[in-house]
Design a protein around this ligand. Structure first.
Ligand code: ADP
Length: 455
């Protein structure tokens, strides 16, 4: 109340001075009391006028945006102005802080990969983030206060909202023509609804792939198993001659080996997917590896093909020997299996100008039609299923090759023409190629097989 005392003093002073002025003037007017009243009233009136002026100034400041400071008067109006200004500044600070917090909160929701949508009790859109707009094909500005059921045409979504049973999520497919969404709804506030959407297209695809994979594996195992069981039953129930017994056992052996091959390929794939990338400083002699592949494929061919393997590369590759061997052996085995008798099979190596290297397996076999090429490395994908199975194929070979080469930082390229033959190229980056014991590598050494027209 620091303003109260000065104000009393000022009022008393004004009345006193007014009275004195009145006293002095009353001697002139010969009417003392009237003079005193007139004098005091004039002084009080002057004070009131001053108050009105100051109050008006403060009111003008309050009516405005309060960007500048409040009028700096003395006494009551000065203190009033100062305190109002302080309260206004405090309020501004709180509003600013809350605005910042809600801004951060909204940008966090905006950044969420999941969709967030706020609906009122009439299912009109109050707010939605970009993900929700994308999931439901909405325009966050234009569609505000529009009923969501008029905009999202999915019957299952509309039925879900109208039923009002939000205990479990609803799965929507083809909301935007593609993909799948999982949608959860929660009630909040006064009849408001929070709609949370999640794009589960990838998850659904992975689930479908896993289901396909399990179905494929089961199918691949069931076939030889059924054959085996048939033979076992024959052996139990029928008295067989020695020759028949031998024949049945040979067939059983083939089926068992087919299953073994499949299980072994599946294990290889699982191992490739589950282990870290091969270290770039464990060196494998390519010549030793190719010598082994050469003798294995020659044995598999049994003299039916003209096989030529370039075994003098004098190169080391950085990686895992068993994986590299498996990749090259798979390509050579395929070449033998899919090339008719008297066909040519070549394996060549060359180092390119940038220090990277390429292994090329080419054959003059049956070749592959263009439309199959992009799918060849899918698991269990076969161009000719019966031929693959007859020759002991599992449908996993090229999938393994692709995995191996990618884990070694490289790439598998395939080129083929039906009736003319195929070329499978493994590309290895320069960091994984070095001369074995020799400092210099022969750059761009000619290939023993022409490799023109690669994609
Ligand atoms: P598979 O065990 O059936 O050979 P792969 O994954 O190794 O499985 O190969 C997939 C398919 O690609 C094969 O079924 C075959 O039809 C085709 N293929 C692979 N290599 C060759 C080749 N050298 N010549 C012709 N077709 C091939």
């Amino acid at each position: 109340m620091s303003w109260l005392l000065p104000r009393f003093v000022l009022a008393a002073l004004a009345i006193g001075i007014g009275a004195l002025v009145g006293l002095w003037s009353s001697e002139l007017l010969q009417f003392r009391l009237l003079g005193e009243i007139l004098g005091a009233s004039t002084a009080v009136g002057a004070l009131v006028l001053l108050d009105v002026v100051r109050g008006h100034r403060l009111m003008l400041w309050l009516r405005g945006a309060q960007l500048d400071t409040a009028p700096r008067d003395t006494g009551l109006w000065g203190e009033l102005g100062y305190r109002i200004e302080r309260a206004v500044r405090e309020r501004d600070k709180i509003i600013e802080r809350e605005r910042g917090q809600s801004g951060q909160f909204l940008s966090a929701i905006e950044a969420s990969p999941n969709g967030v949508l706020m609906l009122d009790r009439q299912d009109q859109i109050h707010w939605c983030n970009r993900a929700a707009a994308d999931h439901f094909s909405l325009d966050p500005q234009r569609d505000l206060l529009q009923r969501i059921t008029n905009l999202v045409r999915s019957p299952s979504f509309v039925a879900f909202l109208q039923a009002g049973q939000f205990d479990s999520p609803v799965l929507l497919s083809n909301v935007r023509g593609v993909g799948a969404l999982s949608v959860i709804v929660r009630r909040y506030g006064d009849g408001m609804k929070l709609v949370l959407s999640q794009d589960i297209t990838e998850r659904e695809r992975a689930d479908a792939m896993r289901r396909d994979f399990v179905a494929n594996v089961s199918h691949e195992i069931r076939t030889p198993l059924t054959v085996l069981l048939g033979f076992i039953e024959t052996m139990i129930s029928l008295p067989l001659t020695e020759a028949e017994r031998r024949r049945v056992l040979t067939l059983m052996d083939q089926q068992a080996q087919r299953m073994q091959g499949l299980v072994s390929d599946l294990l290889t794939l699982a191992q490739l997917e589950g282990s870290p990338r091969p270290a770039p400083d464990r060196w494998v002699s390519l010549d030793q590896l190719l010598a082994r592949v050469s003798s294995d494929s020659t044995a598999l061919s049994g003299g039916r093909h003209r096989i030529h393997v370039q075994t003098q590369t004098q190169v080391d590759l950085a990686g895992v020997e068993s994986e590299l061997l498996s990749a090259v052996a798979n390509l050579m085995t395929n070449a033998v299996r899919y090339t008719p008798e008297k066909g040519d099979i070549d394996l060549a190596w060359r180092v390119l100008a940038d220090g990277s290297g390429e292994l090329l397996v080419s054959d003059t076999g049956m070749g592959i039609a263009r439309e199959h090429l992009p799918r060849l490395t899918e698991r269990f994908y076969r161009v000719d299923g019966s031929r693959s199975r007859e020759t002991g194929g599992t449908g996993l070979g090229l999938s393994i090759v692709k995995h191996v080469v990618q884990r070694h930082g490289g790439e598998l390229q395939i080129q083929s023409e039906p009736g003319k033959g195929s070329k499978f190229k493994l590309l290895f980056p320069a960091v994984r190629v070095r001369a074995s014991g020799h400092p210099a590598l022969p750059v761009d050494a000619p290939l023993s097989v022409a490799a023109s027209g690669w994609r």
